[in-house]
Design a protein around this ligand. Structure first.
Ligand SMILES: [Zn+2]
Length: 223
C-alpha cells in the first residue's frame, strides 16, 4: 500500500496515488531537506508518534480529492464496462439467430442452461479445452458442424445421410447420435442424455471416434 500510494502508473488506485504524488511533490519541492518515510507498525500496539499518525489518517477522509466522487476509479469503470459487455453478450446469446439454430444447449452444475461468461474461461472450455482434438469434437457437436449425415444434407455435401454406425437406416442426425444410436456407449436410463456439460464430456470420452474425422473403427461399423 505504501508503494502504491506514490505510484502514479496504471493501477486500480491510480487516481488517489496521483493526488498523493501531486501534493507530496509540491511539499518536497519547498525544501530539499524534506523527505518521506513509510513506517509500517501494527495499529493495535498504539506506538507513540505512529499511533498519532494512524489516528490522524483515519480521521481524514479523502483529504486530497475534494469534490471527486470516489466511484470514479479505474476498478469501477472496468467493472462497469465488463458487466455491460457480459450483459450484451448474454442478451444476444438468448436469440437463436445470433446463437445459431443448431446450437446444443446444455446445463451447467446449477441446472441452468450454460451462458457466455468471462469467469474462469466461460462454462464450456473448462470441460472441453484440455486437448485440441477433443475440444474440436466437442465444438463440432455443440455447433452441429460435424461429419454426420445431418450436416451433409444441410449443406448438400456428398455422402451418406443414414447412420453407418448402427445400420438401421435412421437419419444420422446429431439427436440420433446423442440419444438413439445403439452403437454408442451411453447410460441407458437417461432420455435427454447428454443434459449437462459434464455428460457431454463423458459421452465424448466414451465414444472417442464420435464427431472426429478419423476413420471409423471396425467394431463401430455395421454396414
Ligand atoms: Zn446410428
Amino acid at each position: 500500500m505504501a508503494r502504491l500510494s506514490v505510484d502514479p502508473s496504471h493501477h486500480p488506485g491510480q487516481f488517489d496515488s496521483h493526488l498523493v504524488c501531486v501534493n507530496l511533490s509540491q511539499w518536497l519541492a519547498d525544501d530539499p531537506r524534506r523527505e518521506v518515510a513509510f513506517v509500517h507498525t501494527r495499529s493495535h500496539l498504539k506506538w507513540g508518534i505512529h499511533h498519532e499518525a494512524h489516528t490522524l489518517a483515519k480521521r481524514a477522509s479523502f483529504p486530497f480529492n475534494p469534490g471527486i466522487p470516489p466511484r470514479v476509479t479505474f476498478n469501477f469503470i472496468r467493472r462497469k464496462a465488463t458487466e455491460a459487455c457480459k450483459d450484451e453478450w448474454q442478451r444476444l446469446f438468448s436469440s437463436a439467430d445470433y446463437r445459431g439454430h443448431h446450437f446444443l444447449r446444455l446445463c451447467d452444475s446449477t441446472d441452468k442452461p450454460a451462458r457466455p461468461s468471462y469467469v474462469g474461461g466461460g462454462p464450456w472450455l473448462p470441460f472441453f479445452g484440455d486437448h485440441p482434438s477433443f475440444c474440436a469434437r466437442a465444438i463440432r457437436c455443440i455447433l452441429g458442424h460435424a461429419p454426420m449425415g445431418e450436416f451433409r444434407a444441410r449443406f448438400n455435401i456428398a455422402g451418406r445421410r443414414d447412420c453407418e454406425y448402427c445400420g438401421t437406416g435412421a437419419n444420422q442426425t446429431r439427436a440420433h447420435l446423442l440419444r438413439q444410436c445403439n452403437m454408442l456407449v451411453r447410460p441407458r436410463r437417461f432420455r435427454m442424455y447428454p443434459y449437462y456439460l459434464g455428460e457431454l464430456y463423458q459421452y465424448l470420452r466414451d465414444n472417442t471416434w464420435l464427431f472426429s474425422f478419423n476413420p471409423l473403427p471396425r467394431e463401430a461399423r455395421r454396414m
